[in-house]
Design a protein around this ligand. Structure first.
Ligand code: ADP
Ligand code: ZN
Length: 592
């Protein structure tokens, strides 16, 4: 049966083989076992129930909480030639009845429903007329109060299954589940002898790196300039920071959008759509953005601030490269970010046990930001993935070719200034004194009479601050906790001041371009854009970027050749094949 499944994978999706985790999960479902899979975002959960849906008789009912995503998912399935539809509160009762009626006649392989439906007696009665052979539950952690987005209506799923005339195979999926939540899911969904899989956490096409001690704005400016043709997300911790970055990018002339809780619903939806449709290449957002974002051609995710834990980080970073193309996940680290996150934990978590837990998780992120080891390995070990390679060869640490430079003199200036200010002030004040600012607060304290006043006047203020922060991250200095963090000297600073220890720091390499786009790729992208506009769907629904880039690499000129490209199945070949073949032929002709 697995061979048959693989044929369908090629036929509909245009992919030659399953990923390792998918094979195990699909086999389990095809053997009619209740199945529970923990797979991170982008690992390919949907195919794990869509392929069995094509092989089983009857219809597969998919429970999904993401109403905003349903239409997109159904558009995707339909474009692959798979008959599917959805039912949620955006439809009138008449349309709902009609869709269920059609489903009972066998018109759909998959029927997506929002969990709230299960609370409607009339719906449950109607559904009894369907031959449901597989029940797939997406985002199944929503059933658990311990999970991060509990949805009471998920509690209806267990009783709902019991009421069905014939018990379907039940398959539950989630991207995040601590052991506690896993147990809850199995129990509350009343899975029977569930086969459990924790898999697919490795995302080979993602390259992870951490940037420390560099001016974040400068980094961003250079990075975006080098990668402006690609789509990317920039996450920041606060609305204010999002606004600032957004303004910076707009001023530099980029097509960027922003997203945070301070915008109206309308603005948020508009910006999100513009990003999905590639009208905005860059989205600057708080972590409010992304739930239910399925855009597959996001080439980079930059975290401008430290996220609160590895779970959030991996989920957000994982929005890069869903099409399997090489993508970058970059964390910009500055020690003040720790202070902000600690402050947020203090403000929002009251139970001491939970507070401690959150602080521990935050510390793991800080460790990640400082780890000299393979970053992928760090992540995979954290999530308990079974097989982890020693070094991945595709992360900031595995590929580290930076050189060290001696910054002892600068460090001495900074330390002695802090010492003379009696370790009572924050980063900004210390930097102002080193720069030689004549601000009122400096003159009032008579800091202009210190021998360290203005000894770094040649250095830009932002650079002085960065230096101080990077000395914090290397433990020469420490920032106190609380609202107004103060810089203190650490024991490591003393031998530096005495001239017994040198301070070395990495010199920063500018990021190279992700990949060189050729003009054929651009031509195909334009064609995709035209088709997408005509059909009123986002471009990635037509073909993923990775599919276009394979086309521009191999230049297929026959249907048979085109079918060997990843992401080209029979349905898409029929609909778009000749247009793309023509475009490639024209291009080759013109460049002869
Ligand atoms: P998830 O729901 O786990 O976040 P998706 O089901 O959206 O992930 O899949 C992520 C991406 O990976 C999609 O673009 C999908 O088409 C692609 N994908 C899934 N399975 C395979 C496969 N076996 N080979 C190649 N690409 C795949
Ligand atoms: Zn590595």
């Amino acid at each position: 049966m697995l061979e048959e499944a693989e044929l369908l994978l090629q036929k509909y999706y245009g992919y030659p083989k399953f990923r390792e985790g998918q094979t195990k999960i699909i086999s389990s479902i095809l053997q009619k076992n209740d199945t529970f899979a923990v797979m991170p975002t982008g690992a390919g959960k949907s195919i794990c129930f869509q392929i069995p849906a094509l092989l089983f008789e009857g219809v597969t009912l998919v429970i999904s909480p993401l109403i905003s995503l349903m239409k997109d998912q159904i558009d995707s399935l339909n474009s692959l030639g798979i008959p599917a539809t959805f039912i949620n509160s955006s439809l009138t009762p008449r349309v709902v009845d009609e869709r269920i009626h059609q489903a009972s006649l066998g018109a759909f392989r998959l029927l997506y429903v929002a969990p709230e439906r299960l609370e409607l007696e009339s719906f449950v009665e109607l559904v009894k007329s369907l031959d449901i052979t597989l029940l797939a539950i997406d985002e199944s952690h929503c059933v658990s109060q311990w999970g991060h987005d509990f949805r009471p209506s998920y509690r209806q799923i267990g009783p709902f299954i019991k009421r069905l005339p014939k018990r379907p195979v039940v398959a539950a999926f989630t991207a995040t589940a601590t052991p506690e939540v896993q147990e809850d899911i199995v129990k509350l969904l009343a899975l029977q002898k569930a086969q459990i899989f924790v898999t697919g956490f490795d995302r080979e096409n993602l390259s992870f790196s951490v940037v420390r001690g560099e001016n974040k704005r400068d980094f961003l400016t250079h990075y975006i300039a080098a990668n402006h043709q690609h789509s990317g997300i920039i996450y920041a911790a606060t609305r204010k920071e999002v606004d600032q970055i957004y303004n910076l990018l707009i001023k530099q002339g980029y097509a960027a959008g922003k997203y945070h809780a301070g915008l109206s619903d309308g603005e948020r939806i508009r910006n999100q759509e513009a990003f999905l449709y590639d009208d905005y290449k860059i989205m600057v957002a708080t972590n409010a953005f992304g739930m239910g974002i399925d855009k597959s051609n996001v080439r980079y995710v930059i975290h401008y601030n430290l996220p609160k834990n590895m779970e959030s980080y991996y989920q957000e970073a994982g929005r890069a490269g869903r099409d399997g193309g090489p993508s970058e996940c970059i964390l910009l680290f500055a020690p003040q970010d720790i202070v902000i996150q600690k402050f947020l934990i203090e403000q929002t978590v009251y139970s001491p046990v939970r507070k401690n837990n959150e602080l521990k998780k935050l510390q793991t992120m800080v460790d990640y930001a400082h780890s000299p080891r393979c970053l992928r390995r760090f992540i995979l070990e954290y999530f308990g993935e079974e097989r982890v390679p020693e070094e991945c060869g595709n992360c900031g640490n595995c590929n580290d070719q930076t050189e060290l430079s001696d910054i002892t003199l600068e460090a001495q200036k900074i330390f002695s200034c802090i010492f003379r200010m009696h370790e009572q002030y924050g980063v900004t004040m210390v930097a102002d004194v080193l720069k030689g600012s004549n601000a009122k607060k400096i003159l009032q304290q008579r800091f202009n009479t210190l021998p360290t006043f203005g000894i770094m006047k040649e250095t830009p203020l932002s650079e002085i601050k960065d230096r101080i922060n990077s000395l914090v991250s290397e433990d020469y200095l420490q920032l106190t906790q609380g609202k107004y963090p103060v810089v203190k000297l650490q024991p490591k600073a003393s031998p530096v001041l005495k001239g017994e220890l040198k301070v070395m720091q990495k010199t920063i390499q500018r990021k190279a371009k992700l990949e060189q786009d050729d003009s054929l790729f651009e031509t195909l992208r334009k064609l995709r854009r035209e088709i997408a506009t005509r059909e009123g769907v986002p471009p990635y629904i037509i073909f993923a970027d990775s599919t276009l880039s394979e086309m521009s690499k191999y230049k297929p000129t026959t249907s048979k050749e085109l079918l060997t490209i990843k992401g080209v199945g029979e349905s898409k070949l029929g609909k778009y094949g000749s247009m793309f073949i023509d475009a490639i032929a024209n291009y080759s002709e013109a460049s002869k």
